[in-house]
Design a protein around this ligand. Structure first.
Ligand code: TPP
Ligand code: MG
Length: 281
């Protein structure tokens, strides 16, 4: 099980190590999806570096003590990207390797959307977009009141930011000075079946989070070292928003920025995707 010490300054070795892990997680994610011919490859591939930053560097979290009281928490608010999170939890040894073939099957721990009733390491059931950030705000507030130093990280989609509930949670988090809360926005510019901007015309999310009182930064969402430092910066009593510019489907050229691969466009092309991520490892 790999754990990369967060570098204080970008270093070539750390970059190489993160790169190796990301390639492995991409391969594992596509393997899971290709085995059953179901899932959300585009949404999963856009957030691999974000998840790797968190689970291999930023989070104070021990895979052998996932119930530890003062663990950092992660909530995958864009719950349909579950395969990427499962790939990380498998890689960190939280999920048993023999479950890898059972994505989205009845009774399997790898449900189509994360559910703590089935899957160890999942903090909150998500899939209904908009809810995960509210839950994260509640967790962050509770941890703070208890005097815990633990932090909460939530990953939301750019389409998901059209949900009114996101902005209610954002407002409240800033009012409560939740500087133990970080939201990462996976800004891949697409949602279910259209470009995000074509639906409600929101193209610039960073000023929005700032206006809601969050300490906001925009980063390259495929650069682990940039992500790591953006999530660790101190925020002067404010919650942190990291707008991560990403490519939906990143790593499989025919899926990249191709909204048809939000979920499965053509199951017959999954072996080809698998060959690409295997060759890239
Ligand atoms: C409340 C709610 N409405 C609709 C859906 C169906 N749905 C699943 S994914 C998705 C698009 C999400 O887009 P985005 O947030 O940009 O995530 P991405 O897949 O691009 O990372 C939609 C509308 C849902 N899961 N929940
Ligand atoms: Mg999106």
């Amino acid at each position: 099980v790999n754990h990369v010490t967060p570098p204080t300054r970008p270093s070539a070795e750390a970059s190489d190590e993160f790169d190796t892990i990301c390639r492995r997680i991409r391969r594992q994610t596509i393997e899971m999806i290709a085995t059953v011919g179901k899932g959300h490859p585009g949404s999963s591939l856009s957030c691999i570096e974000i998840l790797v930053s968190l689970y291999y560097s930023v989070m104070r979290w021990d895979p052998s003590a996932i119930g530890a009281e003062d663990r950092d928490r992660f909530v995958l608010s864009k719950g349909h990207a579950a395969p990427a999170l499962y790939a990380v939890l498998l890689d960190r040894g939280v999920l048993p390797a023999n479950e890898v073939t059972r994505l989205r099957l009845l009774g399997s721990p790898l449900q189509g959307h994360p559910d703590p009733r089935f899957t160890p390491g999942i903090e909150f059931a998500t899939g209904s977009l908009g809810q995960g950030l509210s839950a994260s705000v509640g967790m962050a507030l509770g941890l703070k009141r208890r005097g815990s130093g633990a932090r909460v990280f939530a990953l939301v989609g750019d389409g998901e930011c059209q949900e009114g509930q996101i902005w209610e949670a954002a407002n409240f988090a800033a009012a409560q000075h939740l500087d133990n809360l970080v939201v990462v926005v996976d800004e891949n510019r697409f949602q279910h079946d259209a470009p995000t901007a074509s639906l409600v015309g929101v193209t610039d999310l960073a000023p929005r989070w700032s206006a809601f009182g969050w300490s906001t930064v925009t980063v390259d969402g495929h650069d682990v070292q940039e992500l790591v430092s953006s999530m660790q910066a101190s925020t002067g009593g404010r919650p942190r928003a990291v707008v991560a510019r990403t490519v939906k489907g990143r790593g499989v050229p025919f899926m990249e920025a191709n909204v048809r691969w939000h979920s499965i466009d053509d199951p017959l092309r999954l072996p080809e995707a698998l060959a690409i991520v295997r060759a890239g490892e």
